[in-house]
Design a protein around this ligand. Sequence first.
Ligand code: DGJ
Length: 471
Amino acid sequence: MKKHRLTIFIFALMLLQCANIFAQQAGKTDAIYSGLPWYDQNGKVVSAHGANIVQENGKFYLFGEAHSDTSNAFAGFNCYSSKDLYNWKFESVALPVQKNGKLGANRVGERVKVMKNPFSGEFIMLMHVDTLGYKDQFVGYATAKNIAGPYQFKGPLLFKGKPIKKWDMGTFQDDDGTGYLLTHGGMIHQLSKDFKSIIAEINPAITTGFESPTLFRKNNTYYFIGSHLTSWEKNDNYYYTAKSLYGPWTARGLLAPKDKLTWNSQATFVLKISGTKDTTFMFMGDRWSFPKQLSSATYVWQPITFKGDSISIPQYLNAWTINLNTGTANPKSIIRKTILPGDQTISLTGNWKYSTIDSISIIRSDETKASLSFKFNGKQIGLYAVLLPDNGYAKVEIRDKKGKTIMSNIIDLYSKSPMLQLAFLSPVLPKSDYNLTVSVLGERPNWSDKRKSLYGSTGNNITIAKLIIQE
Ligand code: DGJ
């Protein structure tokens, strides 16, 4: 019996040690960092794409698609919570893969959106349900009494007894509490009082394409954002404005500078953050990374700039802060010790080339397993990369002074539109000696859609611009 207790004790100690590295990090993320993996309280990558955020009991709840690195099959919808929008705690798989049926194994479930029904207090989850080949789409719904679930899948949302046979969808809740379903093309459907069916189609399609429909309201203007139809590839998202949800809708052009592909992302939701001085509207976009959507798909969350009733995301902020009391957003400068390519303290294995891109010094390789290693004493390390059309995946590993791997992640350095950005930032670690290794995985994001069109990267390169360290 005593021996048994000792084994349990030792096992518990081992578990604590594993968790420790990430326990250090709890509450340590100090800003919203776009385009790099985020870690939850257990050190796992936050997987919540096609997401939305609901505010409840003084917390933000993030709902999104769980993903795997092996297939596009429905892997459940995850729920995370946060008090500051920076640090995300895994709460639950709010809607798991069902034993059978339309959200069972080998099906597609996407673009989950949750709203609290103001009349019943129930939480209603809407989602795109489909086959793996995207040939049997409809909008489904699930309900729960508690925000983090468990949600019960109820099947298709009906209008006049029939399912809404659309794929990309979103939701919008107006200031009076009325709920709306948005579908690709820009259709707007009014939900019934209990949010469990459709009572009217109040706006016909505005255009063709217009996937990832995302709608928000500022004062008396409605803003409707959507993307072109390019599978998982990012494109220049565009928007319309109107004074009424019934239209008429006026085309207003692009959300971000032309050819920047919405800073390499696709819209999913806009969160309104109201404070005593300001209201910030936060654009939430997905940086998809097929096929490694679990490890390497990231989030592009940026404050929206207003000029009259024009909106834009004029520049990409690697990091920014939001003051939840005042509602004010501010860019955050990341001032750290910088190590540039060519620094003698970097050691290389395999074939690497030094070069410059737009006067930025870079080091680049496409040889599988070629690696760059760097020993440092500090608390945190980050990596700036130039994302390029012929880049692929990089493997990032951190070892402690005993040589034990304390974290390992695959990051995606591909972008159809070249951009220099912070592509990895480790959690805050206990100050110590560490070794960072970045190596060429020899794989790249590429795929074909249901029309057999090919998308994605043309090479396996990784292109590194600098390392940053917090000592
Ligand atoms: C674009 C959509 O917006 C995504 O939700 C997903 O369905 C992909 N297409 C699949 O190619």
